[in-house]
Design a protein around this ligand. Structure first.
Ligand SMILES: [Zn+2]
Length: 106
């Protein structure tokens, strides 16, 4: 599998554009560039059971966020508040992520 370039980073707010959580918004907790996936806060939760290690302990049920493909997400612009496909502008020899709607830096 080809390594994908992630345009998203930790702390970004994104909108889900496909799947059962379509339309929901969440913050990125973690990115996994090798698989092109990110982990969102409070979305794509699965229940995991933490089994007791000792007799007498109870099993704990935890909600764990599953990584999702970045292609299912759209970045939300902090300036105009709208979901937008981000673009890059090459200014000052640095890659700056900009909003295609309002032109502001994201
Ligand atoms: Zn914008």
């Amino acid at each position: 599998m080809a390594r994908m370039k992630l345009k998203l980073k930790k702390g970004d707010f994104v909108k889900v554009v496909s799947g059962k959580d379509k339309g929901k918004q969440a913050k990125i907790l973690r990115t996994i560039p090798d698989s092109g996936k990110v982990v969102l806060e409070g979305l794509f939760l699965v229940k995991k059971i933490k089994r007791p290690k000792k007799a007498g302990e109870k099993a704990e049920i935890m909600n764990v966020s599953m990584p999702v493909f970045a292609s299912k997400l759209m970045l939300i612009c902090s300036s105009c508040g709208k979901a937008s496909r981000s673009g890059y502008s090459l200014t000052d020899k640095e890659k700056t992520r900009v909003c295609r709607r309002c032109g502001n830096k994201i």
